[in-house]
Design a protein around this ligand. Structure first.
Ligand code: ADP
Ligand code: ZN
Length: 275
């Protein structure tokens, strides 16, 4: 079994990628590389590229491929990526996916698997417009479905929670459109490479986490023992993962808080354990 894992997460804004990315990063001991987060940091630190990116981000449009590829190239050159990495929010269009493939080839680090988060889009706007995140520990809350115990304060660390400026209805609608038009084509791109694993992301956080780990293990195994005649990782049959379309009215509501640190808190500790 190869010792490193290289994972890409694809899903609409609000599909829960960030939550699962934190859990996976902890579980596999690999860094979570979120281009959205790196761009927000660049904006906050008033870096030139941040200033250039901000207008696109505020409108819910994609930041230029040049900026994003620069960020990714620098980040993947860091030594902490040696045991693998998890890309969250990147690639987001075909150009980025192709550039990534080239980059990983020169680095000799093939992708292990691309995880696709299937969700019922009906709930995305509510999930996003109510979203609150902790800038300190990364915990995510929702004003409507999973509020913090005390007003706008993190349950884990007490830090004042942040509402992202691009989590307003108008920008959210643009982000969802951009996802459909530019990011969804990546599904067939990765499918044709035998790298896609679909996950039903409408359920509870631990159940989704389990599905993802299963998919990763299955693909790791495959990369380790390439079948003769086929590219490593090529699958004969789609995996037996549930499709979206099913309604789960309690999705989000029933989901336990999703910070890894919340394992330590008493109340929901059993539910939130990512195993
Ligand atoms: P979400 O997935 O919840 O929409 P992210 O935090 O991933 O949010 O991204 C926020 C914004 O950052 C995007 O709307 C976009 O403007 C920009 N961005 C993030 N990643 C990329 C990328 N790979 N390519 C272009 N723009 C990006
Ligand atoms: Zn916190």
């Amino acid at each position: 079994m190869p010792s490193s894992v290289q994972i890409v997460l694809i899903g609409a804004p609000g599909s829960g990628k960030g939550t699962q990315a934190r859990l996976l990063s902890q579980h596999y001991g690999i860094p979570q590389i979120s281009t959205g987060e790196l761009l927000r940091q660049a904006v906050q630190n008033r870096l030139p590229l941040g200033l250039e990116a901000q207008a696109a981000m505020d409108q819910g449009l994609l930041v230029s491929d040049t900026i994003v590829m620069g960020i990714i190239r620098d980040r993947l050159a860091q030594p902490d990526t040696r045991s693998g990495f998890l890309l969250d929010g990147f690639p987001r269009n075909l150009e980025q996916a192709q550039a990534l493939a080239k980059l990983l080839e020169t680095l000799d680090r093939p992708l292990t698997v691309t995880i696709l988060f299937r969700v019922d889009s009906e709930y995305l706007i509510q999930r996003l417009s109510g979203r609150l995140t902790c800038p300190q520990c990364g915990a995510v809350y929702n004003r409507y479905t999973s509020p913090p115990r005390f007003d706008d304060q993190c349950d884990n660390c007490g830090t004042l929670l942040r509402h992202r400026s691009d989590d307003n209805e108008e920008t959210i609608i643009n982000r969802l459109r951009v996802y459909e038009a530019q990011t969804e084509p990546l599904i067939s791109f990765y499918q044709s490479l035998g790298l896609l694993a679909e996950i039903n992301a409408d359920g509870a956080i631990p159940a989704i986490f389990r599905q993802i780990r299963r998919a990763i293990n299955e693909h790791r195994h495959r990369t380790a023992r390439p079948q003769k005649g086929g590219a490593p990782g090529r699958r004969a049959k789609a995996p037996p993962v549930a499709r979206s379309g099913r309604r789960t009215p309690t999705a989000g509501k029933s989901s336990p808080r999703n910070s890894p640190a919340s394992k330590k808190t008493s109340r929901k500790s059993k539910k939130t354990r990512p195993r």
